[in-house]
Design a binder for this molecule. Structure first.
Ligand code: F6P
Length: 745
């Protein structure tokens, strides 16, 4: 394709040049040359005829004069001759003289520029010359030349010029193609050779010239720097949409296998009311990755946790989703009750979850849970092997349930690019040190090519933890860790949500959402509504939130009867004792506050502990005056971003905990310390009374942030980094395998 373009393009350019430039020019020039030629010819003929003509005119013999003229016009180009006397009257002429040439007119042109006439024979060149006898004017000689031969010659010349230029164009095209091919190959080979240190070799012997090695090294690092500079520029120029992601996959990762692996699946099939229902679990991870998978297709490997999951899969344990328009597959991994208890509830949620979140819940580590954690990670590794279509897939490993998986993949598929994203905070080294299997966890994670966290703070904590725990080389300038093989790049990738928001979620007008919420809760018009939307988890600060509501009603009693806080809490990890206690505490506190400030049907807290589908959650986002995110500790918290994205009316107030990663990105929210109950109560009052214009100003800035840094950008940045890493890996691989790879990165 490229080859034929290189050939055809110059040829087409040459043809266009000929048609619109060269041929008209040839025409013009030939005409000018021949006209000049005929002028001087006419002068010559007139001079030659001068004497005989004077004699003939003096004899007064018309027939002799015309016979003389006829003899001369035997010349093929001389078409006609005429003679007028000085009084512009008498005309001796050959028969061929065109009728329109009359003496009165002709004599006016004597000695002047020639006239051009058209006739049936073709164009004619008319030149009039004075005939002198002893310095007296005797008359005028009219010479008419046939110009049709000029046209014939011009056509012939044009034909030759045309063939000449076509041949020239073809030769130039051919040379272009050959040179381009040679120089491209030469450049590639030259660069490869130079990167291997061979470009500076004596070719016959293929021996490295040691003194030139530094140049090769410099070139390598120059290429790396250029690559690094190019990437961010390229990234910021993109506007991030599903199409952008698709084109990155197509352009930079064409034909590569992309797999996502997580514990939580994006769609759960459950039995409900005698049929199978599809549900979307309450999970930040799912919220972020689902649109990515819809955009890019591929396979998502996850634990099949629904009670109807097995009934809908094919014989490879796969099911196409989303149910309405399947565009990617879930490959389900089945876990026994013992595996789920040890790996998910035990090690992941009773051990790692409290270990990584500062919520003052003591982590519990049991050896039996650890064994299940290892075994289940192995099970996921086998599923990755089953699903990989090549030996170098790109595998996106998600979250703290699968910390050992990156190393397991690396051992089985050394050429794979493993991008691991840790969705929760990473603790400081002292906190992490209490985990009995800390070294194994770090080793597992360092099987990743890229390891991502939401904030720079968590990246720093991770690097410090590795530095304290393992014999690894930590490069704090590039944030690369060298440990047992390939390096791991530790980087900040703040997660986000889909933007623009799916129209299905924001179709219902804000006023309708508000009215329906009030109707559902039995609240009067003008009643203020605040919301909290969470999984029922002790890290979310739900108790602190309720305490703040209580304090608000104490400090600002005018809100009693005019304000309701709706808490939507999706049941989560409910077989864990800590979560059962927490649910109990939440219910008790809500009851206490409702008992204290409730009036008849009015309750200040409406607690809804049940699963809500996204469309119902968005109705709350759109209908509320205020959303309160009070996490005690949170990687990012996507509820904060969803609330902002849902408010296309640019109204609504967000109160946001300073301990959620989102507070780094959206300082325009009312930022609070959830442990400071009075401060949170004051923020509730400020939020509920905030002028419309101020709400709009804050909302606009936050919406602009999310529109620019959406989830496609989050995934796209990781994929672009992975693509660049693979390119570098290929160069380094050519430059001497693993050793060069380690040194290069
Ligand atoms: O925050 C970490 C995380 O995996 C989130 O992505 C998600 O919101 C939550 O935990 C889901 O927990 P689970 O999968 O246990 O319900």
């Amino acid at each position: 394709m490229r080859l034929s373009l290189r050939f055809i393009l110059p040829l087409l350019i040459a043809l266009a040049l000929i048609a619109y430039g060269v041929l008209p020019l040839v025409d013009r020039l030939t005409l000018q040359w021949f006209e000049r030629d005929l002028d001087s010819r006419s002068a010559l003929v007139a001079n030659t005829m001068q004497e005989p003509l004077v004699d003939l005119v003096r004899t007064g013999s018309k027939s002799k004069t015309i016979a003389y003229f006829n003899r001369i016009t035997q010349d093929e180009r001389l078409f006609a001759i005429g003679y007028c006397d000085a009084s512009h009257a008498t005309l001796f002429a050959t028969k061929s003289l065109p009728r329109e040439l009359v003496c009165e007119d002709l004599t006016l042109f004597a000695g002047g520029p020639p006239r051009l006439l058209s006739s049936a024979k073709g164009p004619l060149h008319v030149s009039t010359r004075a005939v002198m006898a002893d310095a007296d004017l005797l008359g005028y000689l009219v010479l008419v030349h046939d110009m049709s031969f000029i046209q014939r010659r011009s056509d012939e010349t044009k034909k030759y010029v045309f063939y000449f230029f076509v041949a020239l164009g073809a030769v130039v095209s051919l040379i272009t193609v050959v040179i381009a091919q040679l120089s491209w190959r030469g450049w590639i080979q030259g660069t490869r050779a130079l990167l291997r240190g061979e470009g500076l070799l004596r070719p016959a012997e293929r021996i490295v010239v040691p003194e030139l090695q530094p140049i090769a090294r410099d070139l390598r690092s120059l290429i790396r720097e250029l690559g690094a500079e190019y990437r961010p520029r390229d990234e910021s120029q993109l506007s991030w949409t599903p199409d952008t992601l698709r084109s990155i996959l197509h352009r930079d990762l064409k034909g590569h296998d992309v797999l996502v692996v997580s514990n939580r699946e994006p769609y759960v099939h459950v039995h409900a009311e005698g049929r199978i229902e599809t549900r979307r679990p309450a999970s930040g991870l799912v919220t972020a990755l689902e649109p990515i998978m819809r955009a890019c297709s591929g396979t998502w490997i996850a634990h099949g946790s629904g009670d109807a999951d097995r009934e809908v899969v094919d014989r490879h344990d796969r099911v196409g989703v989303p149910p309405e328009h399947p565009s990617y597959s879930i490959r389900r991994v089945w876990l026994s009750a013992a595996e789920e208890a040890g790996y998910y509830y035990g090690f992941a949620n009773e051990g790692l979850w409290p270990l990584c979140h500062i919520a003052h819940v003591r982590p519990t580590f049991r050896a039996a849970d650890w064994e299940q954690y290892v075994a289940v990670n192995q099970k996921f590794a086998r599923a990755v092997m089953d699903e990989a279509r090549s030996d170098d897939p790109i595998v996106l490993v998600q979250d703290f349930h699968l910390a050992l998986l990156p190393r397991m993949i690396r051992e089985r598929l050394p050429k794979a690019t493993v991008i691991t994203f840790w969705h929760i905070p990473w603790p400081n080294p002292e906190a992490f040190a209490i985990c009995p299997w800390r070294a194994q966890l770090l080793d597992g994670l360092l099987g990743s090519s890229i390891l991502g966290f939401h904030t720079q703070f968590h990246c720093n904590n991770f690097i410090d933890t590795v530095d304290r725990t393992l014999e690894a080389r930590v490069d704090r300038e590039t944030f690369n860790i060298f440990y047992g093989g390939k390096p791991t790049s530790v980087k900040r990738y703040p997660i986000s949500i889909e933007w623009p928001t799916s129209p299905d979620l924001i179709r219902k007008p804000v006023e309708d959402c508000r009215r329906e919420i009030r109707e559902r809760l039995g609240l009067p018009a003008e009643h203020a509504i605040s919301i909290g939307i969470d999984r029922l988890d002790y890290t979310k600060g739900i108790l602190e939130r309720f305490m703040a509501v209580e304090r608000l009603l104490e400090l600002e009693p005018q809100w009693v009867g005019h304000f309701t806080f709706v808490q939507v809490a999706a049941p989560s990890r409910s077989s864990i004792g800590e979560y059962q206690n927490f649910e109990q505490q939440v219910r008790v506190l809500a009851d206490k506050i409702n008992g204290r400030f409730g009036r008849g049907a009015y309750l200040p807290i409406a607690l809804r502990i049940e699963h809500h589908e996204p469309v119902d959650v968005y109705e709350y986002y759109r209908g509320a005056n205020l959303c309160f995110v009070s996490s005690l500790h949170d990687g990012m918290n996507l509820v904060a971003k969803e609330f902002v994205a849902a408010r296309d009316d640019e109204q609504g107030v967000l109160i946001l905990s300073q301990f959620a990663g989102a507070s780094r990105e959206m300082p325009e929210a009312l930022i609070v310390n959830p442990y400071d109950i009075d401060q949170c109560a004051a923020a509730l009052h400020v939020g509920l009374t905030m002028p419309v214009a101020e709400q709009r100003d804050r909302m606009r800035v936050m919406r602009a942030l999310i529109s620019e840094f959406n989830v496609y950008r989050w995934a796209g940045r990781m994929l672009l980094d992975a693509a660049a890493m693979r390119r570098r890996g290929r160069l380094a691989f050519g430059a001497g395998g693993a050793t060069a790879g380690r040194n290069a990165a």
